[in-house]
Design a binder for this molecule. Structure first.
Ligand code: SF4
Length: 284
């Protein structure tokens, strides 16, 4: 029986990631310019491989001091701390700032409220570079939480400012906000979850309920893709997480019981990888 393939309404590159990839592409064509990205530009191994083929390599923060003044450093969409801008400036290297404008808004809110004396609370993943970048705008003093269970017992009158990692789940943000409001009186809260994330999550949830099998495409290191997997699993008992065409479990997909196949992809998954996956399923 022929299989029906349905692509989620919102899938693949988001605005910020596309902007970052386009900004780097501009430099690929300029001969003799040494271009580096600070960390991998996006969480996608196919994109990283293509950049490396064009001699654009990722460097770690500890390598910044070795940069030549004639090199170019790309700051990825996750953003960085103010200390990183200072370090790059000291080397004389040029900066291409691909920080997503939505992330930049969080930096500004955090910096502003920190200066006013607020304690910053970030709803997000402590190990994620975006969260580490945000924390830098309040001198690394933020409390980072995803459930509100690790809030210290400060004075109830302390001013608290809550922001969220752009890819955080709304339920987590609401849970933390409720915990903060139960403990403290003066709370400035900003739901900084990006609509690109929300749109992808809602599309994945809806599509998951319509199909027999969901395929989520993206890198295992991409947190927003992993969240799409979690949401798909809640809404569709058969969910597959594949990085690209070669990662597809074709024997499973071939099974007759799967007549309607839903596809979604994380915000760091390029269109060509999605097209490739669809092509592989069509060829079954
Ligand atoms: S998910 Fe949203 S905040 Fe993050 S890079 Fe994409 S558009 Fe920007």
């Amino acid at each position: 029986m022929a299989k029906e393939i349905i692509l989620a309404d919102n899938a693949g590159f988001c605005f910020g990631v596309k902007r970052a990839v386009d900004m780097v592409a501009q430099y690929c064509s300029e001969e003799g310019v040494k271009v580096y990205t600070l960390g991998h530009l996006i969480h996608n191994t196919d994109v990283i491989r293509r950049l490396e083929e064009r001699s654009i390599h990722a460097i770690k923060p500890e390598q910044i001091k070795e940069l030549d003044p004639d090199s170019v450093v790309v700051i990825r969409s996750h953003g960085v701390t103010p200390q990183i801008y200072d370090l790059i400036k000291q080397t004389g290297a040029a900066v291409v700032d691909a920080t997503c404008p939505y992330v930049r808004v969080i930096h500004k809110k955090v910096e502003h409220h920190y200066r006013l004396g607020y304690q910053i609370v970030i709803v997000g993943d402590q190990g994620h570079p975006e969260v580490q970048g945000i924390n830098g705008w309040c001198a690394n003093t933020a409390i980072i939480t995803r459930d509100g269970k690790n809030l210290p017992d400060w004075d109830r009158a302390r001013d608290i400012c809550v922001v969220a990692q752009t890819t955080e789940r709304l339920e987590n943000y609401e849970q933390v906000l409720a915990a903060v409001k139960a403990k403290y009186k003066n709370v400035a809260a900003f739901n900084t979850i990006c609509t690109a994330t929300k749109d992808r999550q809602e599309s994945a949830a809806w599509l998951g309920r319509q199909v027999d099998l969901m395929i989520v495409i993206g890198s295992k290191s991409s947190s927003n893709t992993r969240k799409l997997v979690e949401i798909s699993q809640v809404n569709c008992a058969n969910t597959v997480f594949a990085e690209n065409r070669s990662d597809l479990p074709l024997d499973l997909i071939k099974q007759e019981q799967f007549t309607k196949i839903g596809i979604t992809a994380g915000a760091s998954t390029p269109d060509w990888v999605i097209a490739d996956v669809i092509d592989a399923i069509r060829s079954i």
